[in-house]
Design a binder for this molecule. Structure first.
Ligand code: NAG
Ligand code: NAG
Length: 338
């Protein structure tokens, strides 16, 4: 074969393959885009999302895509957890934190919250009990828990955290299944900021002084309103005798959990937006912005209960690691008593 012809053929092959590459990559771009569109449609359907205009929708679509990139990075960084599409996937991180977490309390006020009436004593009595490797109140007790609740777009996690522990306490101390009112706490607790956040200790102060009614008597609305009840009108208010701050070591907390039930804890929920399951790892300084409940543990994790409905995380729950910091602060763990 003549050299020139070979050269020409090679050249043509080169062009053809370059063209093919280009075609292939624009094809894969198109299919990637349409896959993303399909994912977004699926997301909208799953979480019953609708947007007021095409502009809003395309803005939310872009936020959704950004969040999927964040989820992918988190999956690589934290392989023991799974991140992906959740009901929060169309919110920016800023929106997510301001709508579903609470405004961080300035650190000079953090120690016992502001206006705390009853400065709790730190419980330093570590009784020697045999601490099992795993615990989950849902199966091992003590008592029972209500179904996971949903705080909606209101920074009322503190009220949900408080009622979870008191419901649990009444279930094993008084054999009563209660669904306590968060709305009453939001509207009536003078020591907290309603939907703008609150400190669990302040929640317990109110539960001790006034007591809580049930959510069927004072249903949830996810916005702060005026306090709509008077103590005289209530046939029954469920009070606590007080609350303790648990010494901040793992053993004391596990022991308190096994013997006296659910606890409130302050957490950093910044990485919870895309959480779908597994053990979340955090070994960097954390920002406290949410209240949750410790309701169990395993060899390398804490089991927390959240108030974002049962469709989030592991049926409304999350496991966080206990060797980094898991994004929780063991300095602020509280427990009510009767
Ligand atoms: C607890 O309450 C349930 C139903 O209200 C009742 O059937 C049960 O006997 C009670 N248990 C105790 C130990 O009082
Ligand atoms: C308990 O109360 C919450 C609101 O506080 C409500 O959303 C939920 O449906 C109630 N659960 C039950 C089982 O009644």
């Amino acid at each position: 074969m003549n050299k020139k012809l070979v050269g020409n053929i090679l050249f043509l092959l080169f062009i053809a393959s370059a063209f093919g590459q280009k075609l292939k990559s624009s094809k894969s771009l198109i299919s990637k885009k349409s896959q993303q569109q399909r994912d977004f449609q699926k997301f909208k359907k799953t979480y019953a999302k609708s947007y007021e205009s095409n502009e809003h929708e395309s803005y939310r679509f872009n936020v959704f895509l950004e969040n999927q990139k964040v989820a992918e990075r988190l999956n690589n960084k934290n392989p023991s957890a799974q991140y992906g599409v959740t009901k929060f996937s169309d919110y920016t991180q800023e929106e997510f934190l301001s709508l579903f977490a609470f405004v961080p309390i300035p650190s000079d006020q953090i120690i016992f919250g502001n206006n705390v009436k009853d400065t709790p004593k730190i419980d330093t009595q570590v009784k020697v009990i045999n601490i099992p490797e795993k615990w989950d109140i849902r199966f091992d007790g003590p008592g029972t828990l209500q179904k996971v609740k949903d705080q909606g777009q209101c920074g009322s996690c503190w009220a949900f955290g408080v009622s979870c522990t008191i419901e649990n306490l009444y279930s094993f101390k008084k054999n009563l299944t209660l669904n306590l009112s968060e709305q009453q706490q939001i509207d009536c607790n003078p020591y907290t900021y309603g939907c703008q956040g609150g400190w669990p200790a302040n929640g317990y102060d109110y539960a001790k002084e006034t007591g809580l009614t049930t959510s069927s008597k004072y249903p949830y609305e996810a916005v702060k309103g005026t306090c709509r009840f008077s103590v005289q009108q209530m046939d029954k208010l469920y009070k606590i005798n007080g609350y303790k701050q648990i010494q901040s070591d793992q053993k004391s907390i596990k022991q308190a959990l096994i013997t006296n039930g659910a606890l409130t804890v302050i957490v950093d929920a910044s990485k919870w937006q895309a959480y779908r399951g597994g053990i979340l790892q955090t070994n960097y300084p954390i920002q406290l912005n949410k209240v949750a409940n410790i309701i169990g543990y395993g060899p390398n994790y804490w089991l927390l209960r959240n108030s974002w409905g049962s469709g989030w995380g592991e049926n409304g729950y999350i496991r966080v690691d206990n060797n980094g910091n898991g994004g929780i602060d063991l300095q602020y763990v509280y427990q009510p008593y009767l």
